[in-house]
Design a protein around this ligand. Sequence first.
Ligand code: SF4
Length: 341
Amino acid sequence: MFKPKRVIFEKGSLETEIGKNIYDRLKNEQDIEIIKISSNQVKGKIPGDTLFEQYRHGKETLVVGIKKSLKFQTCKPSANYQLPLVSGCMGRCEYCYLNTQLGDKPFVRVFANVDDVLNQAKKYIDDRLPAITIFEGAATSDPIPVEPYTNVLKKTIEFFGKEEKGRFRFVTKYNDVDSLLDIDHNNHTEIRFSINTPRVIDTYEHYTASSDKRIEAAAKVARAGYQIGFIIAPVFLYENWEFEYRELIKSIKDRLPKDFDDTKIIFEVISHRYTTKAKNRILEIFPETSLPMNDDYRSFKYGQFGYGKYVYTKEELSYMKEFFQSEIKNIFPNSIVKYII
Ligand code: SF4
């Protein structure tokens, strides 16, 4: 669960139920600074002169705001729209793609007017009838660590449970799922867990839940009847990686209920890649990083908009793909392997 050092309430947020709840819960905490602002001054309230400092202070800041623009972004290919519930994340994963997306102060923002957001989702669903409309809840965030303060995921899952043609999905690296277990999701929500070997998590994924805790949370939501998925990412090809990734897949098997129907698991596997822009930013925020980002050992893959990525070589990738395809199918014969890239 997220323990912020400062909470900034934007104009109007304290008049909402979520805003009031967060305020009542945190106002007497000794080491949390409470700030109320009337206009768009969030960045000015977060200290830090360098990117290194701004990143750390930003990650300790919770902003409670109101979502004003209710035009949802599209979210292809995995969903139709992004569902704007939360932006940002308390985690400090060295390779996080949000490092280049969220500006110099990557604070966590929760939108307190969740009813407006869900009403808007309803309009998008109705517009596309009779087709099913899928919403992604983690396109620019990890919504789980703030859930104990807001209950917005609970409310959202219940909302989609009642929508015949609406579906919801999100991904997390955390384990605060208890409030989601006993609710009426009606199989309309898919919860994915982003996992990695303990070595990768301990080295690069600071302030996230351990591999064990994520798998334990996945087992809980599986028992509660949710569709579950695992994103094994980013895969690093370090010495002995095959053994450790195999152990990881086996540990998922060991922790899921014995009678678990493995047709209900979806796997996605993504190898490590980086852009030059991301690399430069990572080196400023984590100057001591040991992330493998030596361009000489990678292939350069041209991207859509003129920027390209450094990926593992063709031979390495084809070996990695075969490895995961066969290991996953050995251990979970009926699971769906959506892609390995
Ligand atoms: Fe980024 Fe996810 Fe890590 Fe948060 S948990 S820092 S969103 S990779």
